[in-house]
Design a protein around this ligand. Structure first.
Ligand SMILES: Cc1cc2nc3c(=O)[nH]c(=O)nc-3n(C[C@H](O)[C@H](O)[C@H](O)COP(=O)(O)OP(=O)(O)OC[C@H]3O[C@@H](n4cnc5c(N)ncnc54)[C@H](O)[C@@H]3O)c2cc1C
Length: 418
């Protein structure tokens, strides 16, 4: 088949690769000038399937309120908040109910574990060398956090994740540069989880896909799909319609705009986060792999010769406005745990990115209801961790094959009639 993909983020690139492996003729279009320039550009890079859980969970409404009231709180509302945000919040609140949370968590984790094994297969098969490290350490500063993570440990156990509760001494043996000036009660260690440079992986896999014949077209802003010819693409600036056998929408936060003319109202909203990335000054003072500060919900990742600090969740506002308090929290947490690790006086990369969030958690993968138009979008806070599995599943569906995992609850049907 001749297939067009809109979006060359991590989801579009992995999808292109899988479709090319199946022998399709694939063309990928992106409005940016290179792959992985939008949400996939500078995320935390964590691949921890047991921690891939919905943000819509029982008790979250109280946590959100507490966070809104706290200076270093991870979650913030920003103006303007539009009608789509208010509708999203309503759906999110419904998804917080226990039975909905449990179902969505199972769906997400099934996909996340599958995705990690697909990632490993691709890396081994293509011998891809990118910045990555093994192990994930969730730091608990005090007893309050230890208590708060308890239900999460049951989740990890049920998911079959390999983990150990360790004391501060052992955590410091695993991450010897952790500052002794910040109090540490203990940690959760997940040795099978990992951190990797999502953008670098996307660029490497793009090259592999090109070797299989995939064509990438950048600076190509695609117009919303037309109900008369949904499988044809046009440039937003105006061009002839180019027909395809199938069109796959992997356009992250911009997917709803592309699909609206087809009558699809998708509740994907951007939930913004920040990262800072700096060169390591002294490797002995830097993290070895990825850590998560459970109190501030900030991840610190080792990416080759650099360290990246990522966190914060803003609903509303816009992509361009950087809120200094959110960035200061990243610097604070880095300083708390790894003072002196990074060169912070110059050359620090500041990034604000958007998580393409659906209100209930799992992404949307599969048919759109319009023949030949397919969806692979809405991967929220875990698009890198979910990308390789989502791509394989989508390619199987396009081929009319049964995917290797159960897709219940990952399709569009869950939003229809709402
Ligand atoms: C602070 C932060 C930390 C994160 N940490 C992690 C983490 O540790 N682990 C993890 O798994 N995930 C993490 N994420 C989430 C992850 O980054 C996203 O889920 C993922 O990047 C989404 O990928 P995507 O391909 O769907 O979207 P994108 O990367 O945004 O790709 C979509 C592409 O579509 C293009 N596009 C859109 N509309 C059009 C159009 N009309 N025409 C042409 N092109 C178009 C865009 O230009 C873009 O390149 C984090 C996110 C943030 C913000």
């Amino acid at each position: 088949m001749k297939i067009a993909i809109v979006g060359a983020g991590i989801v579009g690139v992995t999808t292109a690769w899988e479709l090319a492996c199946d022998g399709h003729e694939v063309q990928v279009f992106d409005r940016r000038s290179a792959a992985a320039e939008a949400s996939s550009f500078a995320n935390a890079g964590v691949v921890a399937p047991g921690y891939v859980t919905p943000w819509a969970a029982p008790g979250m409404q109280r946590k959100v309120l507490q966070s809104l009231l706290s200076g270093h709180g991870a979650i913030k509302l920003r103006w303007p908040l539009a009608g789509q945000h208010l509708r999203w919040i309503q759906q999110w609140r419904r998804a917080c109910r226990l039975e909905n949370y449990l179902a969505n968590r199972a769906r997400l984790q099934r996909l996340a574990f599958y995705s990690r094994s697909r990632l490993h297969d691709i890396v081994a098969q293509r011998e891809l060398a990118y910045e990555r490290s093994d192990g994930y350490l969730v730091l608990l500063r005090d007893r309050r956090e230890q208590k708060l993570v308890r239900p999460g440990l049951d989740v990890l156990r049920e998911a079959g994740a390999v983990f150990r509760e360790i004391d501060a001494d052992e955590a410091r043996r695993l991450e010897p540069a952790l500052s002794t000036h910040t109090s540490l009660l203990g940690a959760i260690h997940l040795p099978e989880d990992e951190v990797g440079n999502c953008r670098q992986f996307a660029l490497l896999l793009k090259r592999e896909a090109e070797a299989l014949g995939v064509q990438f077209f950048f600076d190509s802003h695609i117009a919303p799909l037309s109900p008369a010819e949904p499988r044809s693409l046009r440039l937003a600036a105006g061009s002839d319609a180019v027909p395809y056998d199938a069109v796959i929408v992997c356009a992250g936060v911009e997917s709803p705009a592309l699909l609206r003319p087809l009558g699809l109202q998708l509740p994907v909203v951007p939930v913004y986060g920040y990262s800072i990335t700096a060169t390591i000054r002294e490797p002995l003072n830097a993290p070895r792999s990825a850590i998560m500060d459970e109190r501030f919900k900030v991840a610190i990742s080792r990416l080759g010769l650099r360290v990246r600090v990522a966190g914060s969740a803003e609903l509303g506002g816009d992509a361009a406005t950087q809120h200094p308090a959110a960035v200061q929290t990243l610097y604070k947490v880095l300083h708390d745990w790894f003072p002196g690790a990074a060169q912070l006086d110059s050359g620090v990369q500041h990034w604000k990115g958007a998580r393409p969030m659906l209100p209930d958690g799992p992404p949307l993968i599969g048919a759109s209801g319009v023949p030949g138009v397919w969806l692979n979008l809405g991967h929220g806070s875990s698009g890198w961790a979910l990308s390789c599995g989502s791509a394989r599943v989508l390619a199987d569906l396009v081929a009319g094959r049964a995917p290797e995992i159960d897709l219940e609850g990952l399709g569009l049907e869950r939003f229809q009639g709402r």
